[in-house]
Write a protein that binds this ligand. Structure first.
Ligand SMILES: Nc1ncnc2c1ncn2[C@@H]1O[C@H](COP(=O)(O)OP(=O)(O)O)[C@@H](O)[C@H]1O
Ligand SMILES: [Mg+2]
Length: 355
């Protein structure tokens, strides 16, 4: 502050000095042309004129700078950024400059972020359109063929209607996944936590996916027998969805006669690690960092035809992170993949509450 004041006063002082010197020279010049009085005889009045001009200009300039420049700048400043910085700092030109620079950088970052979000949004909508188009075209194809006379043939009719229904199913689950992911991303989705036995949840998933496993010729099993219940504290429905998404992937991207194995491992008193291992196709390393992004697929055409929405892993990540836990992936092409995630074990208190 002292330095600033000094700087501001220095500007006034120098300007005042220029004015005083100018007035002095002017007086000398006028004297030389009009009166020609010996300089020596009016040295004192000249000294007085110089000093007074200096002092007067100095104060006048100080006040003027304060009033006109700083106040105006401060008004503009406050208009632009009402709450950012107190006006007091306006006394300090250096601080003012650095503040303005900071504000500009902040604004630029903000604009950049908005631009990114805008691109993100465009990409998202593009992806949705693409995802919906595939099943819609399938349905349209079957319906048009039926209308074109296919409906008269009993065999064709049943077959095509079944195919069209499959397309509708696919549309349904893409839309359901989209709905869920949008809820998670806008932070509306809340968890309903309770203490439950994870073995039981997994049994449900196994039952639901048994047919799928047989169809894909892949064995679904536990890595060993778990005799004791494994109580975790989480949203059961959502965790069931995580298990389903991961196991379905292992079936979809597995090999014939493959094996999918699920294991639980207590990391410590409060955490459990759930592992889903397969000996399927595996995923090349370059894809791993982006794997959990929505609509990200390793083999774009093939995987889309296999019927996923491309949102399965994005949903898994959202659900696990909503629990403040983490999900991991390790994979080698030709060897297989392991997806794992942590979950909170139920504490004694949480268990008692359930009973
Ligand atoms: N167990 C797995 N083995 C091989 N690749 C996998 C596995 N799980 C996921 N992937 C790859 O990750 C991509 C993203 O998976 P996901 O988000 O579930 O979308 P989707 O299954 O609908 O394509 C898949 O398209 C697939 O390429
Ligand atoms: Mg999937």
């Amino acid at each position: 502050m002292a330095v600033t004041l000094f700087k501001k006063n220095l500007i006034s002082l120098f300007s005042a000095l220029y004015i005083a010197v100018f007035v002095l020279l002017l007086t000398l010049g006028l004297n030389y042309y009009f009166f020609n009085i010996a300089i020596r005889s009016f040295l004192i009045p000249m000294g007085i004129v110089f000093s007074f001009t200096l002092i007067f200009s100095y104060f006048l300039l100080s006040i003027k700078i304060e009033r006109n420049i700083i106040e105006k700048v401060s008004a503009i400043y406050n208009n632009l950024f009402p709450t950012t910085i107190s006006t007091r700092s306006l006394d300090d030109f250096d601080l003012l400059t650095s503040n303005l620079k900071k504000i500009t950088t902040d604004k630029n970052t903000e604009i950049e972020l908005l631009r990114q979000q805008e691109n993100y949004r465009k990409e998202f909508i593009g992806n949705i359109a693409h995802e919906l188009k595939t099943p819609l075209f399938t349905i349209q194809g079957y319906v048009l063929t039926l209308l074109d006379g296919g409906v008269d043939d009993q065999k064709v009719r049943t077959k095509y209607l079944k195919q069209a229904a499959k397309g509708v199913d696919r549309l349904m689950y893409v839309v359901k996944d989209l709905d869920l992911i949008t809820k998670f991303e806008s932070g509306i989705e809340t968890l309903e936590r309770s203490a439950f036995d994870l073995r039981r949840t997994l049994e449900n998933v196994f039952e639901l996916l048994e047919m799928e496993g047989i169809k894909n010729k892949i064995t679904l099993r536990m890595d060993k027998k778990y005799e004791e219940p494994i109580f975790i504290f989480a949203d059961e429905e959502r965790i069931q969805q995580v298990l389903t998404n991961l196991i379905i992937n292992s079936l979809k991207y597995g090999i014939e006669q493959g094996v999918t194995e699920i294991g639980f491992e207590k990391i410590d008193e409060t955490k459990l690690l759930v592992r889903i291992n397969d000996n399927g196709n595996g995923i090349a390393e370059e894809h791993l960092p982006r794997l959990f992004e929505r609509f990200y697929r390793v083999d774009k055409t093939r995987n889309r035809n296999q019927g996923g929405s491309g949102l399965g892993l994005a949903i898994v990540k959202h659900i696990i992170e909503a629990h403040h836990e983490r999900v991991f992936v390790e994979s080698k092409v030709g060897i297989g993949s392991e997806f794992s995630f942590s979950l909170p074990l139920a504490s004694k208190k949480e268990l008692q509450k359930e009973r």
